[in-house]
Design a binder for this molecule. Structure first.
Ligand code: GLN
Ligand code: ZN
Length: 766
């Protein structure tokens, strides 16, 4: 057993990894381009880690008390775990060095793919907008400690006088989120390898102990989610794993963190396993009841790591007291890692004093944790002034006119059930066939075309006032024309305008709708080096003027083929923004839906006959607990229908969803009642289509045939194979041909070549 070492009074489960000015993104992208050496990249990363440690101390965390989490990652924490444990898929075996480890270049290749070797699949991290890489595990995976990077990072900090707390993904989360490798026999489940994997965790913990680590944080968010596995099995595995790790002779104290929800029946299991501390998410989950927690330390996650609102410190302290009453030693913590929120409010003064005073980004949240820690150790009186100013700010937020607008409220009250019904699909289908005369296997794209450096430069110059409105407009129009011409040359059936004028599919609308604010530098990691800048939905939503009509009708004026209008759906606008936490999400979604509904009417009046309302985030907001999913699907589907059901029968409504696993939400997708739904399907090789067929789905579907997440150009033959596979499940007249997603992050060379192949394959299969 390890010696008892006090858990720090305040901590955070993790800190943003990309750097205040996205230093890591820039460095790793330069490394990929060959403009930075491996050593230079390592140096940039080490400097970033050093700066973060100093900042966290300045914000109130302790230098040597293990309160600073060490959760750095070059790309993704699941990939880090995979390469650390030797779980490299066979197709990348040649990347492994003598000790089984991979270089940074090899690590990047596993993440991004190379030639015919597909990268690891990428999917959403629980119900967040972060994407992780899915490890591939089979009977052949030879688990072994294959990287000392985590230990070296601990030692790097130690050399500068810090005792940090290494953060690693737990074995249950790692295996339950993995998928069977290509070599695995059918029916194989990665969790079968649990014992072998835990042996490597044992070695790792011993190595951490030897390096001088006092606490190690093991993240097990999988314990808060309802996954496919039987819950009793999950509990039994948790008991076995943590009993085994706790029984180790020489090890650091163990802190098992369970962000993203409530542990429920897994809490007693962990509490009885012998681990020293448990992290509870008390923002999403309630304070547990009826359990004796004496002898364990609870890191009470009372500061929301997943949203940007200032913490109600009184409520937070009350929760902490309630946990204390269960007999536990209590520390103040965040509910999740802070990598879900931007670095700092510094530099965001343009948001205005009111809004600023309601917000807390990562650094401000660290400050809140320190305040709570002081209250814990010295009593609430020691922080009385902060408590008072927090109360005043929260009261001002509740009383602000923008958070409660009579016009928006009454429009919503007037909505009736008829407003969410579009009428029979068969009538629509006939009206649309008559209007558009599209061939079988109609070809289209998901909306965006490459955002070239020129486009980005023009937008930046325009934002700074260096480019006039007219000059910007001209540049965007020229780009739209280029994109339309290209699609005509390629012979696509339904065209798009390319979204050149959109910085981001949510932010673009956020900037044009009332009730939103946009940050200057509020970046959060989406996947790898990709970051997004979520808008802040703080007030009641309304649409002061049409948002897309000008661009779409210009694009339509350039071609006789149908031009697809392109909107972002209410659920996605919510999911990819930081959303107000002072009313049910469904109410906020319906406010957005009404604004979109008016936009659709305006597009129809401008002659646009096909309108796509993207809902890529529908699934990611799906609650992790089955019991909560029904209610979510009800309001989310209804708000999509509220947005789209005003469309005429001969207007073809498309939707786009960015994933392929929709087993559990297939009814909801059906319920959206879109005429055409495009989904991601290339990496998973159309895996989902048989289920869609068996469900009796009668409308049209466009399974993606080109994985746009990597620069790889798919061959005509590959696409032909995918289309042939698709046709085995879905009749040709219901089938569309499109890429997996928008092309915004791709270059023109790949785009043109891939779309040419897509057209050739379509002709071959037609
Ligand atoms: N229309 C958007 C685009 O093409 C859809 C992107 C998405 O689904 N994430 O960029
Ligand atoms: Zn998509």
């Amino acid at each position: 057993m390890s010696p008892a070492i006090a858990f720090p009074a305040g901590t955070i489960l993790g800190y943003p990894r990309i750097g205040r000015n996205r230093e890591l993104k820039k460095a790793i992208e330069a490394f990929w381009k060959g403009n930075l050496t491996e050593l230079e990249l390592e140096t940039t990363a080490a400097n970033l880690r050093a700066a973060n440690r100093e900042r966290l101390v300045a914000l109130g965390l302790g230098r040597e008390d293990a309160s600073i989490p060490s959760n750095f990652s070059f790309y993704d924490h699941m990939l880090d775990a995979a390469v650390t444990f030797g779980a490299v898929p066979t197709r990348f075996a040649d990347l492994r060095g003598e000790n089984g480890g991979v270089s940074l270049a090899g690590y990047s290749t596993i993440a991004r793919g190379e030639g015919a070797k597909a990268p690891l699949e990428m999917t959403k991290w629980f119900d967040s907008n972060y994407h992780y890489l899915v490890p591939e595990i089979g009977p052949e995976t030879s688990f072994a400690l294959s990287s000392t990077r985590w230990i070296e990072e601990f030692l790097e900090a130690k050399q500068e006088g810090f005792v940090t707390r290494p953060v690693i993904t737990g074995p249950l989360t790692f295996l339950y989120l993995s998928k069977p490798s290509d070599d695995a026999p059918t029916g194989f489940d990665p969790i079968e390898r649990l014992d072998d994997l835990v042996a490597v965790y044992e070695q790792l913990l011993a190595a951490f102990a030897e390096a001088g680590a006092r606490w190690v944080q093991i993240d097990e968010p999988v314990l808060v989610a309802d996954i496919d596995a039987d819950r009793a099995e999950v509990r039994a595995n948790a008991a076995a794993v943590y009993g085994r790790l706790a029984a180790l002779e020489a090890r650091p104290a163990l802190f098992v963190a369970a962000p993203m929800g409530s542990l429920d029946d897994a809490l007693p299991v962990l509490a009885g396993s012998g681990v020293e501390a448990i992290g509870l998410d008390l923002v999403r989950g309630a304070v547990p009841a009826g359990i004796d927690l004496s002898g364990v330390t609870i890191a009470a996650g009372v500061v929301d790591g997943h949203n940007i609102w200032r913490t109600d410190l009184d409520k937070a302290l009350a929760k902490i007291d309630a946990v204390k009453a269960l007999g536990a030693d209590v520390a103040a913590s965040t509910s999740t890692s802070l990598f879900h929120v931007p670095h700092t409010l510094e530099g965001e003064e343009h948001l205005g004093a009111d809004l600023l005073s309601w917000l807390a980004f990562a650094d401000e949240k660290v400050g809140e944790v320190s305040t709570l820690a002081t209250a814990l150790t010295e009593g609430a009186d020691a922080v009385a002034a902060t408590l008072e100013s927090t109360r005043a700010a929260l009261a001002a937020r509740a009383a602000h006119p923008g958070t409660n607008r009579a016009d928006v409220r009454s429009a919503l009250d007037a909505v009736s059930d008829a407003d969410v019904e579009r009428g029979d699909y068969s009538d629509r289908k006939a009206a649309q066939a008559e209007r558009f005369h599209l061939p079988q296997l109609a070809t289209t794209t998901i909306g965006s075309f490459p955002q070239t450096t020129d486009i980005r430069k023009a937008r930046a110059a325009w934002a700074k006032g260096e480019l006039s409105d007219e000059a910007y407009e001209d540049e965007m129009r020229a780009e739209i024309k280029r994109v339309v011409d290209l699609q005509e040359d390629l012979g696509l059936d339904v065209l798009v305008h390319g979204e050149a004028e959109r910085n981001d599919m949510v932010q673009y609308f956020a900037e044009l709708l009332d009730g939103f604010a946009v940050t200057k530098n509020g970046w959060v990691q989406s996947y790898g080096s990709r970051c997004t800048r979520p808008s802040i939905l703080w007030g009641d939503v309304s649409r002061p003027a049409p948002m897309t009509v000008r661009w779409t009708s210009y694009a339509q004026s350039l071609t006789s083929r149908p031009m697809k209008g392109m909107l972002t759906g209410p659920v996605t606008i919510l999911a990819w923004s930081f959303v107000r936490d002072d009313q049910p999400l469904g109410v906020t979604a319906d406010q957005v839906a009404l604004a979109l509904r008016d936009e659709i009417t305006d597009l129809e009046e401008a002659g646009i006959g096909i309108i796509q309302v993207d809902e890529p985030a529908l699934r990611e907001l799906l609650p992790l607990k089955k019991a909560d999913q029904g209610a979510y699907l009800d309001w989310s589907v209804r708000s999509f229908r509220l947005a789209t059901a005003g469309a005429k029968a001969d207007t073809q409504v498309h939707t786009h969803l960015c994933y392929s696993e929709f087993g559990e939400i297939i009814d909801a997708i059906d319920g959206l009642d879109a005429d055409v739904t495009s989904i991601e399907a290339a990496r998973s090789r159309m895996e989902v289509l048989p289920a869609i067929r068996n469900h009796g789905y009668e409308r049209q579907i466009g399974p993606g045939v080109w994985d746009i997440h990597s620069p790889r150009v798919p061959s005509t033959q590959e696409i032909t194979e995918l289309l042939t596979l698709a046709k085995e499940s879905i009749p040709g007249e219901q089938l569309w041909v499109n890429p997996d997603c928008g092309l915004k992050t791709r270059g023109y060379a790949e785009t043109t070549a891939s779309l040419e192949h897509l057209m050739e394959a379509t002709k071959a299969v037609r």
